[in-house]
Every structure is written in structure tokens, then in C-alpha cells.
Design a protein around this ligand. Sequence first.
Ligand code: DON
Length: 306
Amino acid sequence: MQNLYPEITAQIYNELKDDLHHGKPADYIPELANINQHQLGIAIATADGKIYSAGQANVPFSIQSISKVFALTLAFQRMEKALWLRVRKEPSGNAFNSLVQLEYEKGIPRNPFINAGAIVITDVLCSRFVQPEFSVLQLVRKLAQNSEIDYNMKVAKSELLHAHRNLSIAHLIKSFGNLENDPSQVVKTYCTHCAIQMSCIDMAKAGLYLANHGCIPATKEYIIDDDSTKRLNAIMLTCGAYDAAGDLAYRIGWPLKTGVGGGILAIVPNMLSVCVWSPGLDELGNSYSGIRALEKLRLYTNLSVF
Ligand code: DON
């Protein structure tokens, strides 16, 4: 199968490259609004160190919510069981930035991937690291084996200037006693790790530990243990695309995490890590063409966790 990946990635790119007008880039973070949406990158990384890519797979994009996977990994390293007293692991069925459920459920977010949950996870990091956003960046650099990956501070500042919803979420959580640190400090840290930018190739490499029992294949370093890796993949499958999680489990069936920058990181456990990126978002805030690319990849490779 493996030697078909070059043909398959090229075929998917060719099938979609003239049809990238669907959806539109996120505009609630002004700095993300003006990107050319006629771009599509696809990169597959396999545990033997090979990369198969097509399209704009070398162009850095804003990883946004995909950073929540790396933030959760760091929190997992430090407090797996106690974490679940502060955030649940149920699909939310709501938009990623919704406030309503949080009020009903007394400040305990449904899962670590909706904004409310990621804000609690970021709070955990704020209590344990001197520079928590840098710890997330350092982890990403180590996973991708690329020390040049960085934040885009223009994107971080642009989001912070319009972070009224995330600040409301953080304050509401604080009012229920589920935030240890100052809400504005936590949201600043959160927006900064969301503003990390990297290419599909770097992201596919960064995700490989999730397809390899928690171990970075290139260095043989365990980031988290095999059991925690299985659990993280389970949360990605059930919660990684918010209110589209069921639809994407049906259409693609792989653990994945989407971001409003248009990226999607998907994992085929024990096989490969894949990143697709295309900035046009559907009405739920997930990459329209990225989802189509993953659907095609699933179909053409016939790889499944089921
Ligand atoms: O908090 C936000 O709204 C953004 N920093 C991240 C949201 C996001 O990527 C949702 N993913 N589809």
C-alpha cells in the first residue's frame, strides 16, 4: 500500500485543486480573513520517516484548535486522572465557542477540544509551567523535529483584540471555581498557542506519536504512554470536530482535530499521520476541502480503525 501514497496524494490534489471556492476563511480573527482560499496542502507521514505530499504542503498555516491536541498532551503528561475532574470527555454537539452548555453544566466543559475545555487545559498548563505557551511550542518543535516553527504574533494579537467570547467563557468557568489563574492571562496563553503556524508536512510529522503508541519514531522518545495515546485518539474521534464529530466519524472514521485556520490533523493508529489544509471553512468552522481530501484519502487507501 505504502508505495501508492505518492500517486494517491497527487490524485487527490488534482481532483480538488480547481474546486477550492467552497466555504470561506475564518473572519472573526481578522488576521486570518485575507488568506487566499485557493490553496490545498496534503501531507502523509509514516513511522519509517517517509513523507508523501502534494499541493501547498510546505506553506505554513495557523494551526488554531489543532494546538489543543498538543496542550492536552502536555496536561496528560502531568495529571491524567485528576484532569477529568475539571473537564469531561463527552461530545458537545455544540459549536466550538458555545457558552450555553457551560452554564447548565456548572463550569465543567464537555471535552478538552471545545474552547471552554481547552481554556481549562491551558489553565492547568499555566499552573505548571513558567511559560506555558512556550512549552506547547517546544513540544511541537520537538515532535516535528523543526526548531524554526513559531507563533505568528500578529494572529495572536488579532485574536486577542476580538476574544470577547473566549474571555466570557474563561470568566464563566472562573465563576464556578474551575479556573486557577487569572482569566485574561489564561486566554492570552490560549490565543498564543493557537497562533502557532506550521506547514502540513511539519504537522503530519508532529502527529506521528499519536500513530506510534506515543513515541516519536525519529528519536524513539515516548511523549505519552501507549494507553494515554489510545485515549487521546478516542477523544479526537469523538470530539475533534465539535458538532461535526459524528458526521466526520461517519465520512472519514479516523481520529482527527480541526482548526479554523483550515488545517486538519488525522491519525490512522499504527499506520500514519496526515495533515490537510485548505482555508475555506464550512458553516461549522471546519475546512470544507480538507474534509473532502480526507474522505478521498480514506476511500483510496481503504484504511480504517473499524
Ligand atoms: O478560540 C478560537 O476561537 C480559536 N483560537 C480556535 C478555534 C478553532 O480553531 C476551532 N476549530 N475548528
